[in-house]
Design a protein around this ligand. Structure first.
Ligand code: KIV
Length: 274
């Protein structure tokens, strides 16, 4: 049975929630089998699936394409799909229309959008339309060009006060959860204690109501830069590279396919062919 937002909210201040990103059917099946509480079909798919430098080029159609596959695999896990850049910034109308499209076409349980008080009107309208919303404050990658890079947020008094005000605004607008990205742990803890919404941290310390990681990061899928907040639970890059090299060698040496991978035909049939 899928959890509802109320099942998730009952975990506030109790057992922390686990969330991972997924972008395809098989990963969603495995995350679901592991009993992870929530899946995020993040617009990080722009980086980790499509090879872009940032998330700005991701479209609503991209999110729906990947969201549908994930929702087919996540039989029990609560699925949140990201609203991509310019799908809600333009107007309240666009925000509700695109959130509605994502919900209808993917079968997900909630949408997520980046931004604080300035997007409270969008959050309120989407919730009023019957769509659960996860807000996302702190480091908001869609605003990388105005933030001046991927940096820890809320370090000065003004920035920390703005973060607290944003958390209050999005929670009052009806967001049932707030992603806190790259925020000092003590500030994230303050937000967690201040709002009734669930806080889901990524680079925000262990005082949040839950944690989220990009699955490729935590599996060590690539050997590139790893952010400080990522814990690597595996080294898939090494495993995959070894397997691909071994396969190449087997092809070149004709040691693959072996007898057990091969179909046979009777000599009687073969003889009749000549
Ligand atoms: O797109 C994403 O994967 C995210 C996480 C980093 C929270 O928004």
């Amino acid at each position: 049975m899928k959890k509802s937002i109320f099942d998730l909210l009952s975990r506030k201040g109790e057992k922390p929630l686990s969330m991972l990103t997924a972008y395809d059917y098989h990963t969603a099946c495995t995350i679901d089998e592991a009993g992870i509480d929530m899946i995020l079909v993040g617009d990080s798919l722009g980086n980790v699936m499509l090879g872009y430098d940032n998330t700005l080029a991701v479209t609503v159609d991209d999110m729906i394409h990947h969201g549908k596959a994930v929702c087919r695999g996540a039989r029990n896990t609560f699925v949140v799909v990201d609203m991509p850049f310019m799908s809600y910034q333009t107007s309240v109308h666009d925000a509700v229309a695109n959130a509605g499209r994502i919900m209808k076409e993917t079968n997900c349980q909630a949408i997520k959008l980046e931004g604080g008080a300035e997007y409270a009107d969008r959050i309120k309208a989407i919730v009023q339309a019957g769509i659960p919303v996860v807000a996302h404050i702190g480091l908001t990658p869609q605003s990388v060009n105005t933030l001046g890079g991927f940096k820890v947020q809320g370090k000065t008094v003004e920035a920390a006060q703005k973060l607290l005000a944003d958390a209050k605004a999005v929670s009052e607008a009806g967001a049932f959860a707030i992603t806190l990205e790259c925020v000092p742990a003590a500030l994230a803890q303050k937000v967690t204690e201040m709002v009734p919404a669930l806080t889901i941290g990524i680079g925000a310390g262990n005082g949040c109501d839950g944690q989220v990681l990009v699955y490729q990061d935590m599996l060590g899928y690539t050997d590139g830069f790893t952010p400080k907040f990522v814990k690597k639970y595996a080294n898939l890059h090494e495993v995959m590279l070894h397997a691909f090299k071994q396969y190449k060698e087997d092809c070149e040496q004709r040691t693959f396919p072996e007898k057990c991978h091969t179909f046979t035909i009777s000599d009687e049939v073969l003889e009749k062919l000549y």
